[in-house]
Design a protein around this ligand. Structure first.
Ligand code: NAY
Length: 293
């Protein structure tokens, strides 16, 4: 699993102007994001608006991204979490056929499932292919932090290789890591990646990497080299940027920046908020800021 370490952009989904999925723009976006020097892509996740896409669109997207990323030596992780296990398995098997290197899935959260139902979901989904599975802890999306023993049990399932930890609870992160030193630990809050990095995170997966990939690649290099002054400098730049983005909506903001760079990512899909004038204003300022690229 060590080959899955590193910094991954949680790839955004390109839409046509009418908010339908756009394969042509998706190719362009994929190439632009990969040109920044990151280790790979996390495809079809929250940042990819996957909760707003249907399964056919997600299957199409996996193919388009695999094609655009071919021969670039980058790692591809497919997020395959869907409201039901059947669709999740279809997405996982498609990703395996396409040559993806890993899978990941949000815990099922469309109903208040029992811990047992969540564990069974991961057991069956992970067994559906031979790919390494990355569990996803993200209470801001599921409204439910999974208890340490439940996460620990999931990490021991066949093919489960690690966790994408998107929670502020860094003590829990360390406790889990102490019990599972052989698993891969990604951190998912871009604005505080440094904190998890110094606690030994193996990599990061984030939305703002789409437009500041070079900065996060350098941040990871600085942490690995023990250059904390440089790491802090880079993290503070990312924090300024994330603060501004949070005001206009992270995903519309990222898409506006792409637009301002001449990369057609299209709009976000409703009910995500549409691009505001303020987002365009921020985007115009940030698009060519040398600190971000
Ligand atoms: C994904 O697509 O599943 C992600 O990786 C999401 C990562 C993002 N987390 C959430 C909860 O949206 O990049 C972060 C986040 O947008 C960023 O840190 C700003 O808070």
């Amino acid at each position: 699993n060590t080959q899955l370490r590193g910094m991954f952009a949680a790839l955004i989904t390109a839409m046509k102007d009418d908010q339908s999925f756009c394969p042509t723009r998706q190719k362009e976006v994929t190439k632009a994001v990969l040109s920044q020097g990151l280790d790979g892509l996390y495809v079809g996740g929250s940042s990819g608006e996957s909760g707003l896409l249907n399964t056919k669109e997600l299957l199409d997207q996996q193919g388009v991204v695999a094609e655009a990323a071919a021969d670039q030596g980058k790692k591809l992780i497919a997020h395959v979490g869907a409201p039901n296990l059947r669709d999740s398995i279809a997405l996982a098997q498609n990703a395996a056929r396409l040559g993806y290197h890993g899978l990941s899935a949000l815990p099922p959260h469309a109903y208040p499932f029992s811990d047992g139902e969540i564990i069974s979901y991961y057991r069956e989904l992970s067994a559906a292919t031979n790919l390494p599975m990355i569990v996803y802890e993200v209470p801001v999306r599921t409204n439910r932090p999974l208890p340490l023993p439940v996460l620990s049990e999931i990490l021991q399932l066949k093919n489960v290789a690690g966790i994408k930890f998107t929670s502020q609870d860094l003590f829990k992160f360390s406790q889990l890591k102490a019990v599972h030193p052989d698993k891969i630990f990604y951190f998912g809050f871009d604005e505080i990646y440094l904190s998890a990095g110094v606690l030994g995170a193996d990599g990061g997966i984030g939305s703002t990497y789409n437009v500041m990939g070079k900065l996060y690649a350098s941040l990871n290099t600085a942490i690995n080299a023990g250059d904390l002054a440089e790491a802090q400098r880079l993290q503070e730049i990312s924090q300024q940027f994330v603060s501004e983005l949070l005001e206009v909506g992270v995903l519309p903001g990222i898409k506006a920046i792409m637009q301002a760079r001449g990369i057609g990512a299209g709009p976000t899909r409703a009910p995500l908020c549409a691009l505001s004038e303020k987002a365009s204003e921020i985007a115009a300022r940030m698009a060519n800021d040398p600190r971000f690229t």
